[in-house]
Design a protein around this ligand. Structure first.
Ligand code: SF4
Length: 233
């Protein structure tokens, strides 16, 4: 049984093509920019079996086209790696492509087994230095980088994702370090810069949790484009 926060039946933002996105409940981190604080609590959520998820997903198969399929996101899906593995196995039996959206903060045998059934990984690299990771995420940068090394060894197609947060990582040094990371890992097929958003403030208020980044402005489209250009150079 897996603990699920919510399901988005047809998503276009979390992985290649059109996808059935399952947001799992529970997270081991506490990112300052998190827009899903409702997924943090471990041990709650709606219970599903792997087959129930795969069957539900299969109903949308005609919309997936060549590239689409299932994405498991969170929360942190690696906390329920065994469940994710079962879901991906069932999906593969049905000919459905699998994608995992993760912070890469856990790498154990269950996670390694899960990666064997994962077609694409969306890896959220939150910052490019250890201090910011420790201050604003809750783990060091070493684990996500080791996770990425492992993906590279296994040659698993990986999309790097970074939320651009003004004053914290919207600078050229960060972009240069990110480029270095990309150049050292040939499995990286794409990089996406996502704008930091504050729509989630309402969720924080409702939950009575302090939104640490509430005073940080959202980036403009121009800022993102500038950083994308720097990343390409
Ligand atoms: S890893 Fe994801 S779900 Fe967990 S706190 Fe960070 S942004 Fe939120």
């Amino acid at each position: 049984m897996g603990k699920v926060n919510s399901i988005q039946t047809l998503g276009a933002l979390d992985g290649p093509g059109v996808r059935f996105v399952v947001f799992l409940q529970g997270c081991n981190l506490r990112c300052g920019c998190c827009h899903n604080p409702d997924t943090w609590e471990i041990g709650v959520g709606t219970e599903y079996t792997a087959l129930e998820i795969a069957d539900k997903c299969e109903r949308f198969k005609e919309y997936f086209g060549d590239k689409g399929g299932i994405t498991i996101s969170g929360g942190e899906p690696l906390l329920q790696a065994e469940f994710c593995l079962e879901v991906f196995r069932e999906c593969h039996k049905k000919g459905i492509n699998t994608c995992l959206d993760t912070s890469g903060s856990i790498l154990n045998d269950s996670v390694k087994a899960l990666l064997e059934e994962t077609d694409t990984v969306l890896l959220d690299i939150k910052y490019t230095n250890d201090d910011d990771y420790k201050k604003y995420v809750g783990c060091g940068i070493k684990t996500p980088l080791e996770f990425l090394d492992y993906l590279s060894q296994k040659n698993i197609p990986t999309v790097l994702r970074q939320v651009i947060i003004p004053t914290l990582n919207d600078n050229e040094e960060n972009i240069l370090r990110l480029k270095e990371i990309r150049d050292n890992h040939k499995n990286i097929v794409k990089t996406e810069f996502l704008p930091f958003k504050k729509l989630c403030s309402v969720k924080y208020e409702k939950l009575g949790i302090d939104f640490k980044f509430k005073c940080i402005p959202e980036p403009t489209k121009k800022q993102i484009e500038y950083l994308e250009q720097k990343y390409k150079e």
